[in-house]
Ligand binder design. Structure first.
Ligand SMILES: [Zn+2]
Length: 581
């Protein structure tokens, strides 16, 4: 162990002690006024004024810190244990061992039962059974579609809505050509004194280990929930979740019915510093997506007598036209992104006065709203978050250097703005390509329906098809009557947050956010209106928000892992004693 671990431990313990103060003070003062002097050295300022931004007004209302009350002593004892060096060592061991099992998902994997590359998932099951014995003794464990893991922690009061904790244990493959770029081998699970290295350490084995580790610890302390908790761990999220999450969700839906869960939480971003303030932005929305496949067919022949444009030339012209006409991107006031920007304006310590003023005035001024766009969209991340994006990701054409290409095709991946739809995205493409189809004398069709035919003999054809169409997710309520689950999550984040020396300030603000990608939650929409994508960890700066996820040098800090465990312990206890879910 290094100094880092001791400092985390010290911070954790001092925080728990400080968080105890107001409650101890009140209880003891009431019962034993003569003993008040014992506590006179404690600082009895409310917890909230010291550790979290709290405001019920303004652009970005903040919830109070939410700590368990019925189970306060249990929560405190577990918090203290999580702060020990011994616990840190075992948590590192948990995640390191999980990373060492290669659970890669490839795009071309065959069905479960036939495809041998799924079978390493069984090693992962065995690893969990061995590492978390209490979970596998007390909870009901089911294997869905052979590899999906469904845990049921039955509550004592079946009239209360259950909650669903999600994660996935597959990973994206490591590109063998990048092996030399990894600081440590990608399946080593190496701990360098600060970080646990390897594919999946961040996305999303840390989320899974944080969840199951929290349950294991709670069981060891004898906790029995009154509400039922279900944990569902998918095994092919990186391939879209059609074999894992989809089957898991179908099982859960069949068992519990629509809108049966108080809340669902899955992987997502953590907290990070933006505009000089630490923000946690749990995802309450998710963009849609669709692939548009463009296929050009044209007569073949010897390349010594070429037409003016080959299928490859025409396809290239279409793609250049597409890139020259990206979707117009505008911030709309009812979106979660706009709410997030308001939180930045309200709490961002170093946000420029021009941006802050523009955001504040934009609530009623369209001119100010355009000004906000002009400033924020200088950062491509913000622009991508708000608008529908397009990326030409695949292209193919031709088979021989002296033969005219009869076919050429490309795939354009779109991530659809929450205010748009799959249909609107496809229509945009059709409108864009129609003039070019005419210019190149192509027969143009989409989904078997002819859009346009040249008056003379066509020189070729253009077909548009789509795949992986997914509408933007329903937005989870974060204000108003239905926002109790969001408020509970928000208060839990504040109760868990530790001041980070590598981030500025002790305070954390929480506002609604949205991941740029999709998660397995897309299969779970019917189960709850309250779906959140959030993993409580230090997500670093906005320049490197993914910590190596999906690329080289993926890693996850041991301190973040401890906070993830602490977060799930706090979340489970808070959910369990809530009267409002
Ligand atoms: Zn993931």
């Amino acid at each position: 162990m290094n100094l880092q671990s001791q400092s985390w431990s010290a911070r954790r313990q001092s925080r728990v002690v400080r968080s105890l103060k107001p409650i101890i003070f009140v209880a003891v003062a009431a019962l034993l006024s003569t003993a008040i002097f014992l506590f006179s050295t404690y600082d009895t300022r409310p917890l909230t004024s010291q550790y979290a931004i709290v405001s019920s007004r303004g652009l970005c209302p903040q919830e109070d810190v939410l700590i368990p009350r019925t189970n306060f002593e249990l929560w405190t004892a577990i918090g203290e244990e999580i702060g020990t060096i011994a616990f840190k060592a075992s948590a590192i061991h948990w995640l390191s061992g999980a990373v060492q099992i290669e659970t890669e998902t490839y795009d071309d994997m065959g069905p479960v039962g036939e495809e041998p590359r799924w079978e390493n998932r069984l090693l992962f099951h065995e690893y969990l059974e061995k590492t978390f014995p209490l979970v596998h003794t007390v909870l009901k464990v089911e294997k869905i579609n052979k590899y999906g893991l469904l845990y049921t922690w039955q509550g004592t009061n079946v009239s209360l809505k259950p909650s669903l904790l999600m994660a996935h244990f597959d990973v994206v493959p490591v590109n063998p050509e990048t092996l030399s770029e990894w600081a440590y081998p990608p399946y080593s699970g190496w701990f360098d004194g600060q970080l646990i290295w390897g594919r999946g350490s961040n996305d999303d084995k840390s989320g899974l280990i944080g969840t199951i580790g929290a349950i294991e610890v709670l069981l060891r302390y004898g906790f029995q929930p009154s509400r039922t908790f279900v944990a569902a761990f998918g095994f092919d999220e990186e391939g879209g979740g059609s074999r894992g999450a989809k089957e898991l969700a179908a099982t859960v839906l069949h068992r519990y019915g629509e809108n049966s869960f108080a809340l669902i939480i899955d992987e997502g971003g953590g907290f990070s510093e933006k505009f000089g303030t630490v923000f946690a932005t749990p995802g309450i929305a998710e963009k849609g997506s669709v692939n548009i496949d463009l296929s050009i067919a044209a007569p073949g022949g010897h390349s010594s007598i070429p037409p003016e444009h080959t299928s490859i030339g025409i396809l290239s012209a279409l793609l250049v036209h597409l890139e020259n006409h990206p979707f117009e991107v505008h911030i709309e006031r009812e979106t979660s992104s706009y709410q997030m920007f308001q939180c930045f304006a309200e709490y961002g310590a170093t946000i420029s006065a021009a941006l802050r003023d523009a955001i504040k005035q934009s609530a009623s001024s369209d001119v100010a709203l355009r000004e906000v766009e002009a400033i924020l969209f200088q950062d491509q991340w913000f622009k991508s978050l708000v608008g529908t994006t397009q990326a030409v990701d695949m292209i193919h054409g031709g088979v021989k250097s002296n033969a005219l290409p009869e076919q050429a095709w490309a795939v354009v991946n779109h991530r659809i703005a929450t205010t748009s739809s799959v249909n609107a995205t496809v229509e945009h493409a059709v409108d864009l390509f129609l003039p070019l189809a005419k210019e190149f004398d192509l027969k143009f069709s989409t989904f078997g329906k002819t859009i346009s035919t040249p008056e003379t003999e066509p020189k070729g054809s253009l077909k548009l098809t789509t795949s992986f169409g997914l509408e933007p997710a329903p937005i989870s309520p974060f204000r108003g009557d239905k926002s109790a689950p969001y408020q509970l999550l928000s208060g839990t984040i504040k109760a868990t947050y530790n001041a980070h020396r590598d981030l500025s300030g002790d305070n954390i603000a929480v506002g609604p956010g949205m991941p740029t990608g999709n998660t397995d939650t897309k299969h779970y929409w019917p189960l709850s209106e309250h779906i959140f994508r959030y993993k409580h960890h230090n997500g670093g700066s906005s320049n490197n928000p993914l910590s190596g996820a999906h690329t080289v040098n993926e890693s996850f800090s041991a301190d973040s892992l401890l906070e993830t465990v602490q977060f799930f312990v706090t979340l489970i206890l808070n959910i369990d004693e809530s009267n409002e879910l």
